[in-house]
Design a protein around this ligand. Structure first.
Ligand code: GLN
Length: 481
């Protein structure tokens, strides 16, 4: 039997109102989450819970709320995907190779949420080095979907999605390289936003593919996603790729209800392997938006068949370089069989990395190798440019692009086929926005006949998060029945 939800808050505003009126004490809310995390430990969402620390923070922040000095996120209890550094706390990226590693500094996103009085309650399970789409590559085992515990959570930010879905925290931070926020959000019926590339600092995030990685919020409401983004976004001197573009106060810009021009990619609805119920669901959303006076038109995107291959060539290439630092010397795990430098590298990496991570390091090394660089890596870079230009071209005529977030609903744990390419195809609708560096959000769009959540993805213009979020809020309030 599932644990009872005493506090089923879906947005921070309601928590803050109840604290102000004295109906709720922040410490009681934290205690509730801590108890519930324990009761639902079988979901495997948390790798570690910072219980005492969270309670101590709650006391401090309650005082600040009482005397009117609290920050914007006071009352927000959040979980962190375990690839986000938090000084003095373990950091594993769900890998054996980071065994025992403690973060020596905090990521910029952590500094920023703490400065606004968020409470960080624990570290969340994910695919190993954020490589995966089901959370099954985690060294610490899969995360179970709270809607049906025989199903995967999605990945790689599986713990981040399930923690929010199951009320094990109000919100979480995930990271998205090719869909890792949006896809688990869709599988779990919550909101997941991948910001424009460079909108959020990557300082202190375990690097997977640096020209794609972005941190973003997973929440129950669009309002909380907007608020969290406004706190974590913006220039950071520790990440030279972070954009100087000013950060709008997203949470105050949510009321734009103008009629929009929206494109949907025709090929996505005819794509092989698209679940019929998802197709129906997206067609229903298109009709719903049209009935509300929006223009929703099909457009053609001839590169859909190339996005997955392009993504996997480029991200594995970047990963093979980024993961070279785990050598058995600098971080975490060192093999007991090490006798000299070379055997330390070989044994530590062979024993420390899981199969999927090794596969990607090898693939990335291959596509970068002298004889194959031109055929794979440099060609993929050119195709990335074409994909980016074509997507931006569509967005010159339309406000947004709409697609299903995923081709299927959450699948069975353990169903993972032996052919990894089948799993890679699960990313077909999310990697496009990643290749183009554009912001994209997954919003709950209903449930299927088995009660599994479905998600719709909306892609926005570069740095167009304010518009994307205000439309998302509008859409999330429409009656989907
Ligand atoms: N499933 C994709 C991959 O395995 C996306 C992962 C991510 O966004 N971190 O690469």
């Amino acid at each position: 039997m599932l644990a009872e939800t005493t506090y089923n808050y879906s947005k921070l505003e309601d928590i803050q109102a109840d604290i102000r009126s004295g109906v709720l004490k922040l410490e009681d809310l934290v205690t509730f989450y801590l108890d519930r995390i324990q009761q639902l430990a079988d979901l495997n969402a948390y790798l570690e819970v910072f219980g005492e620390e969270a309670l101590a923070q709650a006391k401090e922040i309650q005082k600040k709320i009482d005397n009117g000095t609290a920050g914007k996120l006071a009352g927000m209890v959040i979980g962190l995907k375990d690839n986000i550094s938090y000084k003095g706390h373990r950091l594993s990226a769900s890998s054996k190779i980071l065994d025992g590693y403690v973060a020596i500094y905090s990521s910029t996103v952590v500094e920023r949420v703490l400065a606004e009085d968020a409470i960080i309650i624990g570290r969340l399970n994910c695919d190993e080095f954020a490589m995966g789409a089901s959370n099954e590559t985690s060294y610490f085992g899969p995360v179970k979907n709270f809607a049906d515990t025989t199903k995967v959570s999605g990945g790689s930010s599986g713990g981040s999605a399930v923690a929010v879905q199951a009320h094990l925290c109000l919100a979480s931070l995930g990271s998205d390289t090719g869909g890792s926020i949006r896809q688990p959000a869709a599988f779990c019926g919550v909101v997941g936003l991948k910001p424009t590339y460079a909108r959020v600092s990557r300082y202190g995030i375990v690097a997977y593919a640096s020209s794609f990685d972005q941190v973003g919020p997973i929440t129950r409401s669009v309002e909380d996603a907007a608020l969290l983004l406004e706190v974590i976004a913006g220039k950071d001197n520790y990440d030279s790729t972070s954009a100087i573009e000013p950060v709008p106060a997203y949470s105050t810009l949510l009321s734009n209800s103008s009629k929009r021009k929206i494109a949907y990619i025709e090929e996505t609805l005819h794509s092989e392997g698209l679940d019929p119920e998802i197709k129906q669901n997206i067609e229903a959303q298109i009709q719903l938006l049209r009935s509300q006076g929006h223009t929703v038109e099909p457009v053609s995107f001839e590169y859909l068949d190339y996005v997955v291959a392009t993504y996997y060539i480029l991200t594995t290439a970047e990963a093979s370089s980024n993961l070279a630092r785990y050598d058995g010397v600098h971080f975490g795990y060192r093999s007991d069989s090490s006798t000299d430098l070379i055997s330390t590298y070989k044994f530590s990496r062979s024993e420390g990395f899981g199969d999927e991570v090794k596969r990607r390091i090898m693939l990335g090394t291959f596509v970068l190798s002298a004889g194959y660089y031109d055929a794979y890596y440099s060609r993929a870079q050119k195709i990335r440019r074409l994909i980016k230009e074509k997507t931006e071209h569509i967005l010159e005529d339309y406000d947004f692009i709409l697609t299903p977030t995923t081709p299927t609903p959450a699948f069975n744990i353990g169903e993972q086929p032996t052919d990894p390419v089948v799993m890679y195809l699960a990313d077909i609708f999310t990697v496009g926005a990643s290749l183009a560096g554009l912001p994209a959000i997954s919003l709950p769009s209903g449930i299927n006949k088995d009660g599994l959540p479905l998600g719709m993805q909306i892609i926005g213009k570069r740095f167009g998060e304010a518009d994307l979020l205000s439309f998302s809020k509008y859409y999330s309030e429409l009656d989907k029945k």
